[in-house]
Ligand binder design. Structure first.
Ligand SMILES: Nc1ncnc2c1ncn2[C@@H]1O[C@H](COP(=O)(O)OP(=O)(O)OP(=O)(O)O)[C@@H](O)[C@H]1O
Ligand SMILES: [Mg+2]
Length: 622
């Protein structure tokens, strides 16, 4: 009541005042009683405490697995893209987890964002705008029951509270378990993205590291190789550019050093690296403290792989294989291999699989001399043995060879034989096979725990040479790991895990090359298949995933995807990697150097990852 009126009223007597007071007390009491009868003061259920947003009703545009969440304006900045969220569905009490797949967006209150009124106001420089709220799209990962995430067969109830999952809980929900961290979850500085080295079901089902130039692949590989070795596995790195031959040293890249220091990472090179260069080739880093030359062994190379690598036509192939057979008979007849009555060598000869390896003791030099003898026979001339010591020095071998050739029905046309001879001589002149002055690859030593073996292929500019070397390494690696696996199994143990990293995989395994060299590809596929059981993992690295055929992509179960812009590549990968959702595929094109989508077989979902900076020195670094 206005003050002026009260002043004009006549003074009340005491009984009137008391009367009025009891009336208003009665009214208040009455009001409280009525409200209590109606259920008392309305309070939010406790389940909403600490939530930042609510689920919304579905619309005709809703889709399975995706839920719309809205929030008040002061909460929008707390939510980042890809953040992990939990919904406490109310009142049914179910718990769901999911990640932000789109947004959060700013929506104006009470009016549509693209309405004419909003657009015209903005265009005309309006300062006052309606209030707003946040909206995001959440992709359900599943329903949480007893600490485990299972499939979600229902949807959360509308108007349920939504919470941010804190960093501490994130790792267990996403299955981020492993032995060393390759990086951190983007937007969550304290959550590591670890790689498990001792889980058979992950790295030994093979890995692809893809991305355009400068995306950060080599940095990732440096961390990856170092981490795997530190965990007691062995690493073999096929280094096409000799880039890794300096990684035992600390980088001079000031940005990388600053980044590493800021993240509290140790500043160091990669320990226990060993560089192997093919005999006679220029090493990328002659100053490496552990640097050895190795020779190739022709007898490791399957004759079929040799045929492919040398690109022989059918006529040449027939003659090559005929000479190969003569060489084998000769070795037996002069008791070099198999040695008579020697059980082990006789077993080896019987077990020989021409698709997998070359014939023991059959050198390239011997084969050249066999071909020369065949040519001399067809031309009815005299033979001179130029290539092998064996044929030069042992008259019994010469006589035996003549005898075998006399008994053999040789393909005529000496010119094809000459071609084969020319191809073999060309290979011989590379001086990489069976060199007495260089060591053979000591594969058992290479597979010691913690070793990083860098095969420096940088001075092998011809693909023939490079593929010869790679074929050889693959073959020897496979044989040795199979042996190690058998030995360990007998004792109920597991062998030292091995990871073979193939840099520039698109050169070695391109669609065109696989068509040209099916045997070499078969070898890779066989290693991939057999490696799963035997702890031998392959890692393919390439900036041209478009050149990798589907067969190779199909071997891969773990992915580290750096920036990829080519839409056709993304489209193809999308069909191969179903786990990655649309929003992640979209973000691939705009990733910064060092950022990657990491999808390892054991993870509950792929993770946008900031790969750790590396403090190791790479040779080609700017
Ligand atoms: N994890 C990272 N953290 C910070 N910066 C990085 C990271 N990875 C890469 N970079 C930056 O990007 C540059 C290129 O990285 P890197 O050489 O690893 O790429 P790449 O994909 O191997 O390139 P290329 O295809 O040319 O071999 C680095 O010199 C560095 O500046
Ligand atoms: Mg690189």
């Amino acid at each position: 009541m206005p003050k002026a009126n009260r002043d004009q009223e006549p003074a009340s007597d005491a009984s009137e005042v008391a009367d009025r007071a009891s009336t208003s007390r009665a009214a208040v009491k009455n009001l409280i009683e009525t409200s209590e009868k109606a259920g008392g003061q309305k309070k939010l259920p406790a389940v909403y405490d600490g939530s930042f947003g609510r689920t919304l009703y579905d619309t005709s545009g809703s889709s399975d697995g995706s839920v719309t969440v809205v929030m008040p304006p002061d909460k929008i900045l707390n939510v980042t893209s890809q953040a992990l969220l939990r919904i406490e569905s109310h009142p049914d009490g179910r718990r769901y987890v999911g990640t932000v797949s789109a947004g959060p967006f700013y929506d104006p209150d009470g009016i549509s964002a693209d309405s004419t009124a909003m657009v015209i106001s903005a265009v005309n420089g309006a300062i006052g705008m309606p209030g707003h709220h946040g909206r995001l799209q959440l992709q359900l990962l599943g329903e949480e029951r007893g600490g485990r995430i299972g499939p979600a067969n229902r949807r959360p109830i509308p108007n349920s509270p939504v919470f941010l999952v804190d960093d501490a809980e994130m790792s267990s929900i996403l299955g981020l378990e492993g032995d060393f961290a390759i990086g951190r979850v983007m937007g969550h500085e304290t959550v590591d993205v670890p790689v498990p080295v001792h889980k058979k079901s992950v790295l030994y089902r093979h890995t692809g590291v893809l991305g355009t130039t400068g995306g950060g692949k080599s940095t990732t590989i440096t961390n990856y190789a170092a981490g795997i070795a530190e965990e007691g596995a062995a690493v073999i790195l096929l280094d096409t550019e000799g880039e890794y031959t300096t990684m035992h040293e600390v980088t001079a890249d000031a940005d990388m050093l600053a980044l590493a220091r800021a993240q509290g990472l140790p500043v160091k090179g990669v320990p226990n690296t060993h560089v192997l260069t093919l005999v006679g080739r220029e090493p990328s880093n002659p100053d490496h403290p552990s640097h050895t030359e190795f020779t190739l062994e022709f007898s490791v190379l399957s004759p079929w792989t040799a045929i492919e690598i040398l690109g022989m036509n059918d006529a040449q192939q027939g003659r090559f294989l005929a000479a190969y057979d003569i060489g084998r008979r000769l070795l037996g007849d002069i008791n070099i291999f198999p040695v008579k009555k020697d059980v082990e060598s006789e077993r080896q000869a019987l077990d020989w699989d021409e698709m997998e390896s070359g014939y023991p003791h059959l050198t390239l030099a011997l084969l050249i001399d066999v071909v020369s003898a065949c040519i001399a026979h067809l031309k009815k001339g005299e033979v001179t043995f130029w290539a092998s010591d064996l044929m030069r020095k042992r008259s019994d071998a010469q006589a035996k060879l003549k005898e075998i050739i006399d008994q053999t029905e040789l393909e005529k046309v000496p010119s094809s034989w000459m071609k084969v001879s020319g191809l073999l001589w060309r290979m011989h002149r590379l001086k990489i096979f069976d060199r007495a002055d260089a060591a053979h690859l000591d594969v058992p030593a290479m597979l010691k725990p913690g070793r990083v073996n860098i095969i420096d292929l940088s001075d092998l500019d011809s693909p023939v040479l490079r593929n010869l070397a790679i074929a050889q390494v693959l073959r020897q690696l496979q044989t040795e790991q199979e042996r190690a696996y058998e030995l360990a199994s007998v004792k109920g143990q597991t062998p030292t895990p091995v990871n073979l990293i193939i840099e520039e995989a698109h050169e070695f395994l391109s669609t065109a090359r696989i068509r040209q060299m099916p045997t070499l590809y078969e070898q890779v596929a066989r290693i991939a298949k057999r490696g799963r059981k035997r702890w031998l993992g392959l890692t393919f690295v390439t900036q041209l995933p478009q050149n990798l055929p589907d067969e190779v992509l199909a071997l891969i179960n773990n992915w580290i995807l750096h920036k990829i812009q080519d839409e056709s590549v993304v489209g193809r990968l999308r069909r191969t990697i179903p786990a990655i959702d649309q929003s992640m595929w979209r973000s691939l094109a705009s990733l910064q150097p060092g950022q990657a989508v990491v999808s390892l077989a054991h993870m509950r979902r792929p993770i946008m990852t900031q790969i750790h900076p590396s403090t190791a020195k790479l040779r080609l670094e700017s």
